[in-house]
Design a protein around this ligand. Structure first.
Ligand code: GLA
Length: 403
């Protein structure tokens, strides 16, 4: 069964845009294996837009650009598979893809059959150049069905940017993931806006159909195709990656993983963070004490769509994990350092319960110890802190030693 947990992988768009080719894809496949990404769970290698010629062939089939992919897509798929990875490709529900290449409107069954013949395991399905009178839900339904007729297990990664309130119907039409916002760009405001705009919808995300907040920009440092705005700092990348983990959204890397610094490799490979993302219960994070303060963003000038943001700039979350474990996370959206706290009564664990949390810092691995009643941390500007927490009975010394 596909997408029992949020899919993980790498996609070409964020860094490379149209500059893709077989050599690059082979090198990325090698890197996924050699640097340990595959073994950490990043299994899908996905080629985004700009892989084909601008015209279909005489039989109406899509044709891989022979300059970029001289041996065709089956060869690429075979190489990716030989590395123990899965192979993803891209098409679009409209007449042309976003970059102007032929796409699958009215060719759904033909294209799905071709993709299956090449051996793809994942299809990202975009929404540009969609006929105004066509029915969005029906067309996504059609490609979902077309993929099923191939008999091959192909993860259907729908990407209509949240149009037609996609969170309400994408699961019903068979999508395994659905992109819920406009495109991410490699800056703080972009990823934070995307995360906040989806907070209200994360309860409509779970096994077999996940809300997809777009590919990560972690480690790009404003190099590449979606490099717009003020470059992210390392702590902003920590915020981005850990928010994606808390949200249980797909972890699809977008940086040039052949050349990112060690601290970014460590972040993307952090086992505890990945475990939070992949937790079997797939629960959304709970925003502590800030319900119903989502407001339309004031300045929407640069926004692709109006975002709904949390008014406050200090965000504390708790995420329930399996095995009586939890993650508590603090995000400081101010430029300056702030003191933040979590009063455990606000997450259902008052002093009178007799229980506390045994806390470990997820980024440093430091064991903080048992906290009861509340927890206070100092969080630098545009940074975060995240703790794994285990319930501990604090009433007897013996019980303090273990649960
Ligand atoms: C849209 C999608 C992006 C990317 C581009 C490719 O903008 O949202 O993720 O696939 O198209 O052209």
């Amino acid at each position: 069964m596909l997408a029992q947990r949020p899919p993980m992988g790498w996609n070409s768009w964020n860094t490379f845009g149209k500059d893709i080719n077989e050599t690059l894809i082979f090198q990325i496949a090698d890197t996924l294996v050699e640097k340990g990404y595959r073994d950490a769970g990043y299994e899908y290698l996905i080629i985004d837009d700009c892989w084909s010629l601008k015209e279909r062939d005489a039989a109406g089939n899509l044709v891989p650009d022979p300059e970029k992919f001289p041996h065709g897509m089956k060869t690429v798929a075979d190489y990716v598979h030989s590395k123990g990875l899965k192979f993803g490709m891209y098409s679009c529900a409209g007449i042309l893809t976003c970059a102007g290449y032929p796409s699958s409107y009215d060719h759904e069954f033909q294209d799905a059959a071709l993709f299956a013949e090449w051996g793809i395991d994942y299809l990202k399905y975009d929404y540009c150049n969609f006929p105004k009178n066509a029915d969005c839900v029906n067309r996504y339904q059609t490609m979902s069905m077309a993929l099923k007729t191939t008999g091959r297990d192909i993860l259907f990664a729908a990407c209509n940017w949240g149009s037609e309130n996609s969170w309400n119907w994408m699961r019903s039409i068979g999508a395994h993931t659905y992109r819920s916002t406009g495109d991410i760009f490699d800056n703080f405001r972009s990823f934070m806006g995307i995360f906040q705009s989806q907070l209200e919808h994360l309860c409509q995300s779970g096994p077999y159909c996940f809300n997809d907040m777009d590919m990560l920009t972690v480690g790009m440092y404003n190099q590449g195709n979606v490099a717009i705005g003020k470059p992210c700092t390392d702590s902003e990348y920590r915020m981005q990656f850990s928010l994606w983990c808390l949200a249980g959204t797909p972890l699809i890397m977008g940086s040039d993983i052949r050349n990112i610094p060690p601290q970014m490799e460590q972040l993307l490979l952090n086992k505890e963070l990945i475990a939070i993302n992949q937790d079997p219960e797939c629960r959304p994070p709970y925003l502590v004490g800030k319900r119903s303060v989502m407001v339309p963003e004031e300045n929407t000038d640069e926004a692709i769509e109006p975002l709904r943001m949390v008014k406050d700039k200090l965000l504390t979350f708790i995420k329930h994990l399996s095995n009586q474990e939890f993650a508590i996370a603090y995000y400081n959206l101010h430029e300056e350092e702030q003191e933040m706290n979590c009063i455990f009564a606000d997450v259902g664990l008052p002093y009178a319960s007799g229980y506390g949390f045994d806390m470990t810092d997820v980024f440093t691995g430091e064991h903080i110890g048992i906290k009861r009643d509340y927890h206070i941390v100092s969080v630098p500007g545009h940074d975060c802190q995240l703790f794994c927490c285990r319930l501990v009975n604090c009433t007897t010394p013996e019980k303090q030693a273990g649960f």
